[in-house]
Design a protein around this ligand. Structure first.
Ligand SMILES: NC(=O)c1ccc[n+]([C@@H]2O[C@H](COP(=O)([O-])OP(=O)(O)OC[C@H]3O[C@@H](n4cnc5c(N)ncnc54)[C@H](OP(=O)(O)O)[C@@H]3O)[C@@H](O)[C@H]2O)c1
Length: 264
């Protein structure tokens, strides 16, 4: 297969997309889809839920990195709708579709994970050449969770929950290679370098943010608790990024030791 000469990145303005776009721009022509007015050349305005602007977005692209997500835990099927709209716009063209999903979507019972699994199936059944990469939780998301859980007088975390958070830059690096290569189907999952309990991740955050809170672990019942306790969202094989959560916190701390938590 020849390398793609033009790539569309959906979700190019998101956490992963912002890391992916410059990596792809170094290798090929990139078009970024966003609902916002284009800030400059290379952007196209469109909405994956209404279908508006998608025809222009997909025109003459050889590959699509589908990183957009409504990230709506209450109405998770919005992500399935978004991919349906994208496929409808693609019509009879045959770009390579590269999708990023989440490690454990088939093991942890949680509505958003089910929607990601449904979206994966839609990719597989699309008739397009496709690649699916599953990644663990990004450090940015982990930090957002931890900040919310530490809002009260004590920091409350689910007991026994273990995570293997990964740097969005590591995922973007892998995605860029996949987008520039031939369709590969399901590829090895990617996670961070360390498996850590949520309690330890919380302690790392509190120390970096210089906040004093007691960390309380509470049991999480039901299917979600069972999945988290069994490590359903950890890697099953051994493909690990290089940046740990501690490295990430360090990289986001300024010379005065203040953790940058803007936009959270
Ligand atoms: N976050 C994690 O820990 C994690 C882990 C593994 C896999 N993933 C997957 O990786 C992908 C990227 O995640 P992320 O955290 O980078 O996402 P994010 O920061 O929440 O960004 C979401 C992106 O989706 C775009 N978007 C949302 N609704 C849209 C719509 N209706 N039409 C067009 N664009 C729309 C947004 O663009 P505009 O606002 O500019 O329109 C934004 O760029 C997702 O599929 C996610 O499930 C995430």
């Amino acid at each position: 297969m020849t390398r793609p000469t033009r790539v569309l990145v959906t979700g190019g303005t998101g956490v992963l997309g912002r890391e992916l776009v410059p990596r792809l721009q170094a290798r090929t022509e990139v078009r970024v889809l966003s609902r916002r007015p284009p800030p400059g050349p290379g952007f196209v305005q469109g909405d994956l839920e209404t279908g508006e602007g998608l025809a222009a977005a997909v025109e003459d692209v050889d590959a699509i990195a589908h990183c957009a997500s409504a990230a709506d835990y209450r109405r998770p099927q919005r992500d399935v709708t978004q991919l349906r709209q994208l496929l409808e716009a693609i019509g009879g063209a045959r770009p390579h579709l590269v999708y990023v999903s989440i490690v454990g979507v088939d093991r942890v019972r949680f509505g958003f994970f089910q929607a990601k699994l449904d979206t994966e199936r839609l990719v597989e059944d699309s008739g397009l050449p496709w690649t699916i990469l599953r990644a663990t939780e990004f450090h940015d998301l982990m930090l957002t969770f931890l900040m919310r859980l530490a809002k009260g007088p004590a920091a409350v975390v689910p007991q026994k929950a273990q995570f293997q958070p990964v740097d969005a830059g590591d995922v973007a690096e892998r995605m860029a290679e996949l987008v520039m290569g031939p369709a590969a189907g399901r590829v090895r999952e990617l996670g961070g370098p360390k498996v850590e309990s949520m309690a330890d991740l919380m302690r790392a955050y509190l120390a970096a943010a210089r906040r004093r809170r007691r960390v309380i672990e509470i049991p999480v019942w039901g299917r979600l608790g069972a999945g988290l306790g069994l490590g359903g969202q950890l890697l099953t094989d051994d493909d690990r990024g290089s940046v740990s959560f501690a490295d990430y916190l360090h990289a986001h701390t300024d010379a005065d030791g203040v953790l940058d938590v803007t936009n959270r």
